[in-house]
Design a binder for this molecule. Sequence first.
Ligand SMILES: [Zn+2]
Ligand SMILES: [Zn+2]
Length: 262
Amino acid sequence: MTFAKPVEISVTILGSGTCVPSLKRSSCSVLMKIKNRLLLFDSGPGTMRRLLEAGTTIFDISHLFYSHLHPDHTGELVSFIFANKYSNGIHRQIPITLVAAKGFATFYSRLKSAYGHWIELGPEMLRMIELDNGACDMCCFDDFTVQSVPVEHIAGSLAYRIITSGKKSAVYSGDTDFCESLIALSKDADLLICESAHPDDLKVRGHLTPALAGEIARRANVRKLVLTHFYPECDQADIEKECRKTWAGPLLLAEDLMKIEL
Ligand SMILES: [Zn+2]
Ligand SMILES: [Zn+2]
């Protein structure tokens, strides 16, 4: 008799979209559950609503990671912090660890100069870790480790690799163009969640296409590839066929609230 292995990382795609308003695709955000920790990667507009739809709340988030500062990835940070200050029976009982590239503390203090105490949580409830924005970096937590690398998008853009104590790993690319650093970070990962913003024939500088994302997955030898961050023109193209030019392994096209267990 064989028993199923316990799930080490439960991934929910909260938003598979972009800055373009869409009922189908909320802005960029990914949720990962590791033991009793809930990690949120980016919080574009619509993230808190999708969190509720995924059966959780803002108070349960223990770690917040930002890939870069574009509004489709950071837009709901202000509302997130503000909502954490409101207490109506339930309130935040665990601190938030916010992880982002060097420069994020300055970005946050600029937001605070606009919003003041409305977005202040106090050092006992909000801890910020800035990672190197020009080289590989890492930080360790109780149940997982995070590695980061700079990627080709705007200054200070990072991709993250989460590794559990049981050695399962998931990579979140954030926004990026084709780059060797993402291939190195993704080496032999169980899952690569990779942006694929535009179809192959509409490539935009600073973003990937399905075939390029497939090439990264193939060279990194990942176990499963999830394409996400789809601009509306992706929904008119055959994204799977384009990705199959370069990638023969397991492939998922992200949809909001899609769940993947590792
Ligand atoms: Zn971006
Ligand atoms: Zn983006």
